[in-house]
Design a binder for this molecule. Structure first.
Ligand SMILES: Cc1ncc(COP(=O)(O)O)c(C=O)c1O
Length: 427
């Protein structure tokens, strides 16, 4: 009795009014996907939207920064945190009581589910905190010599760039940036710009699979194939990709790939993955070392074991993957693209609006960045929020970065387009 009333109390006070007024309080923490199957088109996606704790009158167009957890994921995280706080004394390390922390377990089942998502064996996958960690594990773990050359692009997120800049300064490497056009609509131009910088001394090509600011999808398969011919190690920054694009690391043929799963996979913040191709795994030293540092059978575990972490975030990650799989990866990815195209088509009709993201069908998905002549992206962001509580994110001079995910509806994009057209007509 006592525990039950404690749980109820903690849920209302800790979560606050907006959440309780939404999906969790309506009993949707355990969604009936079968019931949703009878729906189609926008009605189906409205049903999906109701499985998120977002207030009905607020529209979140900023998944590029952080995704929103489905209610059932949030609930599992809360339950786990509560259980660990209330039942800690029951853990006897013989199988009873809650697992109190992450950081020492192999999490084979979870890594297998991730392997299925990205087409890799679980032993090639390490659970890490985020994309930034992924790049740093590799930039610190790879043996490089003075004079070795690294190619990045001029559109890296700091998490995809800084690890290489440090390595260059520390070890006397040559750091180069390939130019990516704005907008970029020709895949060959990108390939040419990257390889125009390559020399026999180039050891690493470290590039985004998708550019953070513009949502540009690079022709990574072709780039990795050419790099392989030249003996260059390839590492792809897929922070924005898993959950947004089909990611098949085996087909891409990269040496390493990392992603943040708290963006488009809708996992709680602090979840990422690092994949290393089995053919290249011996090249990567363990840089965050604990007991498993020499495990040469399960390399993902050796790279994963980094000391105490928050088990509730891992439980949330698994719940987010289960949620994604219940809708179906292909369906999620197709919806993201459909909404991105819907937005881009609408923007194209509005005078004074220029899309600075790619509109090449294979080089864009759920992130679109645009500018309205005569208006700053911050003013436009503020106006969208002030008028209808719509929240895309201003990306400084680049423009307004507008992410579309499965909790967004075409009607919400229509609202945004109406406001943008009005702002543009007055600018
Ligand atoms: C392309 C890219 N790389 C790296 C990062 C860094 O991600 P995190 O903060 O999760 O490490 C981001 C975040 O937006 C990103 O878009």
């Amino acid at each position: 009795m006592k525990r039950r009333s404690f749980l109820r109390h903690s849920a209302t006070t800790a979560l606050g009014v907006p959440l309780m007024g939404n999906a969790l309080s309506q009993g949707l923490a355990n969604p009936d996907f079968n019931a949703l199957q009878s729906l189609s088109g926008e009605e189906y996606w409205k049903g999906i939207r109701s499985l998120f704790p977002l207030p009905e009158d607020e529209v979140y167009f900023n998944t590029g920064t952080l995704g929103v957890m489905p209610s059932e994921v949030l609930q599992k995280v809360i339950d786990s945190l509560t259980r660990n706080a209330t039942e800690a004394a029951q853990t006897n390390y013989q199988g009873e009581g809650p697992l109190l922390l992450s950081g020492y377990e192999a999490f084979v089942d979870l890594r297998t589910k991730i392997g299925t998502l990205i087409n890799a064996d679980y032993k090639s996958i390490a659970l890490i905190q985020n994309a930034t960690a992924g790049m740093n594990y590799v930039s610190n773990g790879l043996d490089l010599q003075p004079g070795d050359e690294i190619i990045n692009t001029d559109q890296e997120h700091g998490g995809g760039r800084a690890g290489w800049e440090i390595a260059a300064r520390r070890y006397g490497l040559v750091y180069k940036q390939a130019k990516l056009p704005i907008p970029a609509n020709d895949p060959q131009e990108i390939i040419d710009n990257i390889f125009s910088l390559a020399t026999p001394k180039t050891k690493v090509i470290a590039i985004p699979h998708m550019v953070s600011v513009y949502g540009l999808v690079l022709p990574v398969k072709e780039i990795c194939a050419e790099a392989k011919k030249r003996g260059i190690f390839t590492i792809l920054d897929g922070a924005q990709c898993v959950g947004q694009l089909k990611v098949d690391v085996t087909d891409i043929g990269c040496d390493a790939y990392f992603s943040s799963l708290h963006k488009w996979m809708l996992a709680p913040a602090g979840n990422g993955i690092l994949y290393i191709n089995p053919e290249s795994i011996d090249k990567i030293w363990t840089v965050m070392a604990s007991y498993q540092w020499e495990n040469t059978d399960d390399h993902g575990f050796r790279l994963t074991q980094r000391g105490t972490g928050n088990i509730s975030m891992i439980i949330g990650l698994e719940a987010a993957i289960d949620f994604h799989n219940r809708i179906g990866s292909a369906k999620v990815i197709a919806r993201v693209k459909e909404l991105g195209d819907y937005l881009r088509n609408g923007l194209r009709q509005i005078p004074k609006v220029s899309i600075v993201s790619s509109v090449h069908p294979e080089m864009c998905a759920g992130i679109t960045t645009y500018q309205v002549a005569g208006t700053s992206s911050t003013d436009l962001q503020n106006e969208l929020w002030r008028r209808k509580k719509l929240h895309p994110r201003a990306a400084g001079e680049a423009g307004l970065r507008h992410s579309t995910h499965i909790y967004n509806l075409k009607s919400e994009i229509d609202l945004a387009l109406e406001i943008i057209a009005d702002v543009a007509s007055r600018a």
